[in-house]
Design a protein around this ligand. Structure first.
Ligand code: GN1
Ligand code: MG
Length: 359
């Protein structure tokens, strides 16, 4: 899937449509991304096809990006996010004749992404960077952003979606997932805890990235420094634990989320500590006493939620996440459940913390 797939985009861009060199970047589970190099020597750019079944209103996603970018630039912060590029006529989206929807960003050349961090400094730097992003968004009024996916990180909603799907699964899949389904149901206490914490209004709403995994961090190629986060499609008001939890999920784990062998998966204690410290540092004096008190629920909530989401998708016949082989969502769910168990043990042993010990 390369130049031919994107051809209509090049027809509307200046120059010879056949002169664009296209490289597929298979890094997301939702959108498709390409690095495009124009033959005339102008800078490469990132071309993305937005997944319309996940983002049925891409104009809102684009508008959010523009508002966030404008706010950060005006705030005086030195924080930067990639530059959105425009199609002729000043449009930030292009829809081709098949109904595929495209957008462009400047391509950051000296960057790299990691599957797992290779040291705790990387993990701390990435965590601090997402918290600094939220801090840089301070003052942006929530009404200025569209809620692109309602209930996106609502654990209670994700649990309901799971139970509904589990009661009417794709035949033959529920048997294989029986044990995992039971393990997930046994942890329903996390849903209750989530409801107690969020309904009590004890935590401040902030602008949260909502996909703060390591794959969405650009590191410098030549040193362990973060350039910026990427993939802002799900930026919406939310709670700190969403980003801190995804950071723990993806960076305090010995393996990536596509690892098939659960025997290799475990929490890395030093990384966990580096991430929580880095995130706290990045929020600076914005962090509240309640956020500090609930710090350790972050990883539990998000890893549990991701287990539910992969398992739900598996039971439903894979309508949501892009897969490379038939049982991949099962393997991903098992990967996350294994990580969750390892985190539960670690939190209990290190901080005497269980989800049950707080109200
Ligand atoms: C999806 O955008 P992408 O592919 O990085 C998903 C996240 C999940 C993640 C799991 C819009 O992220 O919520 O945590 O996969 N994004 C959406 O890796 O559902
Ligand atoms: Mg994403």
């Amino acid at each position: 899937m390369t130049a031919h797939y994107c051809q209509e985009v090049f027809n509307v861009l200046p120059g010879d449509p056949a002169s664009y060199h296209v490289q597929s970047l298979n890094n997301g589970l939702i959108n498709r991304s390409f690095r495009v190099v124009p033959a005339d020597g102008s800078p490469a750019f990132l071309l993305q096809e937005i997944n319309l079944s996940v983002f049925p209103e891409p104009e809102k996603v684009q508008r959010n990006y523009e508002r966030i970018d404008a706010h950060i630039r005006a705030s005086g912060s030195d924080f930067r996010i990639p530059c959105m590029l425009y199609f002729p006529g000043g449009h930030n989206l292009f829809t081709d004749s098949r109904g595929h929807c495209w957008r462009m960003f400047s391509f950051i050349e000296n960057g790299r992404t990691l599957r797992v961090p290779s040291n705790t400094e990387q993990a701390a730097a990435a965590a601090e960077c997402f918290a600094r992003f939220t801090a840089a968004c301070e003052g942006l009024r929530f009404e200025q952003l569209y809620t692109v996916i309602p209930g996106f990180h609502d654990l209670a909603l994700r649990y309901r979606q799971f139970t509904q799907t589990a009661s009417d699964p794709v035949p033959a899949r529920s048997l294989k997932a029986k044990e995992m389904t039971e393990e997930v149901i046994r942890r329903q206490q996390y849903v209750t805890l989530f409801e107690n914490i969020t309904r009590a209004g004890r935590l401040p709403l902030r602008i949260i990235h909502h996909d703060a995994k390591i794959a969405n961090v650009l590191f410098r190629r030549d040193r362990d420094e973060v350039i910026c986060p990427v993939d802002f499609d799900t930026c919406m008001p939310g709670y700190f634990f969403s980003d801190l939890g995804d950071l723990i999920r993806s960076m305090a784990c010995s393996e990536g989320e596509n690892e098939k062998d659960p025997g290799k998966i475990r929490i890395i204690p030093e990384a966990y500590k580096a991430i929580t410290e880095g995130y706290t540092r990045g929020l600076g004096n914005l962090i509240t006493g309640e956020e500090k008190q609930y710090l350790h629920v972050s990883g539990l909530f998000l890893i549990y939620m991701q287990t539910l989401r992969f398992l739900t998708d598996y039971l439903a016949g894979d309508p949501y996440y892009r897969i490379e082989y038939p049982e991949q969502n099962y393997d991903r769910a098992l990967n996350q459940l294994t990580l969750l168990k390892s985190l539960e043990e670690f939190l209990q042993d290190t901080y005497n913390f269980t989800g049950r010990s707080i109200q």
